[in-house]
Design a protein around this ligand. Structure first.
Ligand code: HEC
Ligand code: HEC
Length: 249
């Protein structure tokens, strides 16, 4: 029995080492080349992708002209990048392939590691027409996020079980010394919804791991919530694993 357990532990160990190697190879050459204000802009780009309207205090009532008629959302939410392209950056090929957020629009994965000027031009094109609403710095920040900030989540979060490949105990060390200041040890100090349908860190982490992974990396728009993007990707996934062990109700 003990020998079996040892073998399993050994196997898990080598899996972790193999995964760490994969992560550093796919990750090292892109985001790490950014320093100084370019890094600050990248971090802001992640927040703007989530909700640039909230972050900038912009109010729009009408629906985005490019939001498809068959889509179920309307009004200001249809202007958020995530609404058309997804929390997993895969649009119709990802979590938004069905359900109330379906739009049939493709994701932004093809523009990872691409030229930021080309991405800014996309954001100014007729489909998006963001040049009248966002400053050049905002557009550059979003382009940096698209080029260097997005990751292929399917390498790290199981599509079916929705579980992070991260290590819960290391994630706990990070969560319990940072996130806990605002969200509490059990993630329940802030209720994101209402008392009837409470939603906590643990709830979001198990329901929509791609959303909370984005927020772990970039923070929450228009709030004091910090970004953990400076940590290694592996550690960000550890935090996600810990959040997935928190109570959901
Ligand atoms: C109302 C829906 C909508 C919103 C909001 C939206 N987009 Fe798009 N986006 C589209 C459509 C439609 C396309 C064209 C997809 C195609 O060619 O099939 C597109 C294409 C793109 C592409 C090129 C993808 C490719 O592979 O050709 C990028 C990059 C992109 N959008 C980034 C963004 C960013 C960043 C934001 C937020 C500032 C954003 N989009 C907001 C609808 C939207
Ligand atoms: C300085 C305070 C602070 C810290 C630290 C902090 N958060 Fe937050 N967080 C907030 C605030 C404020 C909100 C917005 C709450 C709202 O709008 O109801 C938020 C929102 C969220 C949301 C959004 C849920 C949703 O659906 O809108 C998640 C998930 C989350 N935080 C997880 C975390 C995690 C994980 C950490 C640690 C990496 C963390 N937060 C660290 C303050 C913080």
């Amino acid at each position: 029995m003990r020998r079996v357990r040892k073998a399993v532990a050994g196997l898990m160990c080598s899996t972790v080492i193999a995964l760490t190697a994969v992560i550093s190879v796919t990750y090292a050459e892109d985001i790490k080349q950014l320093t100084g204000m370019r890094y600050a802009m990248l971090a802001r780009g992640g927040v703007l992708y989530d909700n640039w309207l909230d972050e900038k205090g912009v109010k729009i009532d009408k629906t985005h002209p490019s939001y498809p008629a068959e889509g179920k959302q309307k009004g200001s939410v249809t202007w958020r990048c995530k609404e058309c392209h997804g929390w997993d950056y895969k649009g119709k090929a990802g979590a938004y392939s069905e359900g109330s957020h379906y739009t049939g629009i493709k994701g932004i994965r093809d523009y990872a590691n691409q030229d930021t000027t080309a991405i800014v031009n996309i954001l100014k094109n007729e489909t998006h027409a963001f040049d009248t609403m966002l400053s050049e710095t905002d557009l550059d920040s979003l382009a940096l996020f698209v080029a260097f900030g997005q990751v292929d989540v399917d390498l790290y979060i199981d599509r079916k079980t929705r579980k992070s490949i991260g290590d819960l105990s290391n994630g706990g060390r990070i969560y319990l010394s940072t996130c806990t200041k605002c969200h509490g040890y059990d993630g329940k100090d802030i209720n994101f919804k209402d008392s009837k349908n409470p939603e906590y860190v643990g709830t979001v982490a198990s329901k929509n791991p791609w959303e909370i992974f984005h927020k772990i990396r970039w923070g929450h728009p228009a709030s004091s919530m910090i970004s953990l993007v400076f940590l290694d990707l592996k550690e960000q996934l550890d935090v996600l694993a810990f959040c997935q062990a928190l109570p959901t109700e």
